[in-house]
Write a protein that binds this ligand. Structure first.
Ligand code: IVH
Length: 704
């Protein structure tokens, strides 16, 4: 630590952010040296001083605390970000083909580029496109020396220790016919069965479930503690290579076969083709078997087989001309609609959910699908008892596409959407949009906090990651505590420990199934740690309609303190106050109306009085308007390497930028990490400047 460090009380939020990131990295590096390499590079005293400074910074800027901060883990292996590995040969992405014609065009382009005659045969390989995350394994003299994620294609994360826990990743190659330097590339993925098991375990311990096997694989590979990765059954298919000190073979197919000879798992569905018809036949075959493969795939990859041709074909805007990914359309299946339930959300929205006779759609059992709203039910005229087509595409919630036989004579009656809340019996209404005069598509319960469903959903939102983010207090625990009456309002969370100690909780939490002395102590200490809360988090946690993360951040920055914010919200009937709020760039009329309404409700004010008595909202830093991105609108997409998306957003907002969720002509910058998809295309179409993550950090003056 240099002596020139500023006192923490003098740090701006931006300075604190970059110092925090640096400390996390530095501490992690020393943790790795200490825990993993048994080779500490600094004395314990210096190490302690680094940690101490981190703790002081986090105490003053609680927003910087994330679950990956070294302060959040005790006695376990390193935390923080991974080291970086620059790929000897960049890891590229693939162009896409959607239709049969695109495949014919792809092959035709190869022919044209190489100047082939009509009679020349173009041989290609066809293999499943695994829906996981790619990794590169570097072997030197037959021994694994490093393993990295793709990252931005040029630089990836060093996840060597984690990759070593995979059964499919040999530590040492058998025999001796391998090149001295060999980088093996392929996909890390999780099977459907392992994914289901993992989510069961997550549920049991009150942790959020993963959305799909790809996210689960990525989350598991990027665990800080390799022991945790080992606990997650990941697999690896080898399908390519990076740097090699000697060629593997003259063709793609034979090269991959050699990888198999050294113990790598290669995909058995890989086929050699010599015409577009062949490729399409393989594609249809794999598509037909997709559900039986046991892992997610999202298409078929075609690669020119001759490596000398691959070389000549080269690359075009970071995509090989010699390969393409032929994507599958969304997966569909037909099943019976057994019922339509109405779910009540945090803001009282009534959402119809289709209960389906369980059906496997592309390897995943689907028993619920969204029906969106009452107009959608009318439009599709879905009725209980109908046979319907269900569709699943990537991350999205399964949807009902249509009724299979709408002309069937013995169909049930049309669905009648309830006009009262199924939970609290309050009126459920559709509001008129004042500006457009249109009827809101969503019907809402008017019960507010008297509605148990809204209360519970509100509490879940309150403790969620972007709110109070209390470890050990997830949706499952909130549901249980709330059902029992232990926690019915936010303030109750903060009095739980006292009530439990005083014997007012029967049986005491620590005596209950699924709990013990340690987990209860951990829960209470997590709750305790959240009494000091950043203002923006607090505002977001309240779950006021139209006041999401961005609006909450703007409010916090404008008003600075809880008292000032609340007082403004309670006096919105005064023109000057209203004008000031309406004048905040990025704040719309809907949010102002919602705040006025919320703070005019005596039961909300009451609830807030109780809550504020328990917590300590931290004032927000006012923004430096001289930052290079002040007032700019930024969109983040793809995977960020240096920090989580939430952290990046918070940093951008602290520098006065607005963070939007989608690209429009008003966007100033799109920060695109690997995996950026439609947003990157849209930005290119609209001429919006696209920055790499690195360029973004350079722009905001943070080169760390
Ligand atoms: S070949 C230069 N083969 O798809 C091309 N990629 O969209 C190297 N992927 O980043 C990639 N299965 O993560 C190749 N059989 C396969 C694949 C595959 C999945 C992924 C890989 C890549 C992405 C490109």
């Amino acid at each position: 630590m240099s002596a020139a460090l500023k006192d923490v009380s003098a740090l701006s939020e931006a300075e604190a952010g970059s110092e925090h990131a640096r400390l996390v990295r530095e501490i992690s590096k020393h943790d790795k040296a200490y825990y993993q390499d048994d080779a500490p590079k600094i004395s314990d005293a210096v190490y302690d001083s680094l940690r101490q400074r981190l703790e002081v910074i986090e105490a003053r800027f609680p927003d910087l605390v994330t679950s990956s901060s070294p302060t959040q883990r005790v006695g376990t292996a390193p935390s923080g970000k991974f080291g970086e590995i620059t790929h000897a040969v960049p890891m590229l992405s693939l162009g896409n083909a959607f239709k049969d014609e695109d495949v014919a065009d792809f092959v035709e382009r190869i022919r044209r580029f190489l100047g082939l005659n009509a009679e020349d045969r173009v041989e290609l390989t066809a293999e499943p496109k695994i829906d996981g995350l790619s990794a590169s394994l570097r072997y030197e003299n037959g021994v694994l020396v490093s393993g990295a994620t793709r990252g931005d294609g040029v630089t990836g994360e060093d996840v060597t220790a984690n990759l070593l826990t995979l059964d499919d990743v040999p530590r040492r190659l058998p025999g001796s016919d391998w090149p001295e330097v060999l980088e093996v590339r392929g996909e890390v993925y999780m099977s459907h069965a392992d994914f289901a098991d993992l989510n069961t375990r997550q549920r049991d311990v009150g942790k959020p479930e993963y959305k799909n096997p790809r996210n689960a694989a990525a989350g598991s590979l990027r665990q800080i503690d390799p022991a945790k990765t080992k606990d997650r059954p990941l697999r690896f298919f080898a399908y390519a290579w990076g740097e090699v000190s000697a060629p593997l073979a003259p063709t793609q197919y034979e090269s991959v076969q050699r990888l198999a000879g050294w113990g790598f798992v290669i995909n058995q569905r890989t086929a050699l083709c010599s015409s577009v018809d062949d490729l399409l036949a393989v594609y249809r075959g794999i598509e037909a078997d997709r559900a039986q493969l046991g892992y997610d795939i999202d298409g078929v990859v075609y690669k020119a087989n001759r490596l000398d041709w691959q070389e000549r074909l080269g690359f075009d805007s970071r995509k090989p001309r010699w390969a393409v990914a032929h994507k599958f359309p969304a997966e569909q299946a037909s099943t019976i609609l057994e019922g339509i339930d109405i779910q009540v959300g945090r803001t009282g929205s009534l959402t119809p959910v289709a209960r389906l006779k369980p059906v496997t759609v592309g390897g995943v059992v689907v028993s619920n699908a969204t029906l969106h709203n009452e107009d959608e039910i009318l439009r599709k005229d879905v009725r209980v008892g109908d046979r319907v087509i269900v569709q699943r595409a990537g991350d999205v919630i399964p949807q009902i596409v249509r009724v299979v036989d709408p002309d069937r004579v013995d169909r049930g009656p049309a669905f009648e959407f309830p006009h009262v809340c199924p939970i609290c019996n309050s009126q459920a209404v559709r509001e008129h949009d004042e500006k457009t005069g249109k009827l809101d598509v969503v019907r809402r319960c008017t019960g507010g906090l008297i509605c148990a469903a809204q209360r519970v959903e509100g509490l879940k939102h309150f403790v969620a990651r972007k709110g109070f983010d209390i470890e050990g207090l997830g949706a499952k625990q909130i549901e249980a505590f709330s059902e029992e009456g232990l926690v019915t309002a936010p303030a109750d969370i903060f009095t739980l420990a006292k009530r439990n100690a005083a014997g007012a909780v029967r049986p005491p939490l620590q005596d209950r199934e699924g709990w013990g002395e340690t987990s209860v102590a951990n829960l209470f200490s997590a709750i305790e740690g959240r009494r000091a809360i950043a203002l923006a988090r607090l505002i977001n946690a309240l779950g006021i309609r139209h006041v999401g993360e961005n609006t909450a951040a703007l409010m916090a920055r404008t008003y600075g303190s809880w008292t000032a914010f609340r007082s403004a919200c309670e006096t919105l009937s005064e023109p000057a106050v209203r004008e000031e709020m309406m004048g905040i760039d990025g704040i719309g009329g809907a949010a102002v109306e919602a705040l006025e309404q919320y703070f005019s409700e005596p039961h909300n004010r009451d609830m807030l009085d109780h809550l504020i008595a328990q917590i300590d909202p931290r004032d927000a830093e006012q923004v430096a308007s001289d930052s290079p991105v002040a007032g700019k609108t930024v969109v983040f997409t793809g995977t960020l390497e240096r920090m989580t998306r939430d952290e990046a957003k918070a940093r951008a907002q602290a520098l006065g930028a607005k963070v939007a969720g989608s690209v429009s002509k008003n966007t100033d910058y799109l920060v695109a990490g690997p995996g950026a998809g439609s947003k990157a295309r849209k930005a290119a179409d609209l001429g919006v400047e696209t920055l790499t993550e690195k360029a973004w950090f350079q722009l905001i003056g943070d080169q760390a």
